[in-house]
Design a protein around this ligand. Structure first.
Ligand code: T46
Length: 139
């Protein structure tokens, strides 16, 4: 989505149930996320100082959740950047297609859980920032 903006990306509060046994949060297709979940993956054991991401997707919608620990996500639409701190497992960051993202500042034990709208397709990635800018600005 060439015309998407970082303001199309937002933190979503998940349906969360508290009890004396602990807490439980739910994500359902079509409720908390505006897409059908076709893939789930998660990154973990991320060394201190390491960054992940540094790419954009052409078609993929995602919901990122700090299932454990914390990290920051910087989003970039080619014109504006926004940085989000993910540090609660009861909320998720919706990322629409056409947004460059960098994940960093991972805490010890952080788990980045991703619910995604499509199966894995390496052709959906833009991994070069100059190419991303060309894609967004159509040159
Ligand atoms: C994203 C951020 C938040 C697969 O084979 N299947 C998969 O579904 C995924 C996601 C990755 N891979 C392979 C491809 C690479 O050889 O796993 C390796 C690491 O993937 P990548 O370098 O893309 O990992 P991150 O953490 O930089 O990015 C991932 C997602 O790829 C991406 O969609 O937005 O998490």
């Amino acid at each position: 989505m060439k015309e998407s903006k970082v303001y199309d990306c937002t933190m979503i509060a998940l349906d969360t149930h508290h009890s004396r046994k602990g807490n439980l949060s739910v994500v359902s297709n079509g409720r908390e996320v505006p897409f059908d979940i076709r893939r789930v993956y998660y990154s973990y054991d991320i060394p201190g100082g390491q960054a992940r991401g540094a790419h954009a997707h052409k078609q993929l919608y995602q919901l990122l959740i700090a299932a454990s620990g914390s990290f920051t996500v910087t989003l970039d639409d080619g014109s504006v950047r926004r940085t989000f701190l993910l540090n609660h497992p009861y909320e998720g960051l919706l990322i629409v297609p056409g947004i460059w993202r960098v994940l960093d500042d991972f805490s010890s034990g952080a788990i980045c859980l991703c619910l995604a709208s499509e199966t894995y397709d390496k052709e959906d990635y833009i991994r070069d920032y100059d190419e991303f800018i060309q894609y967004k600005h159509g040159q």
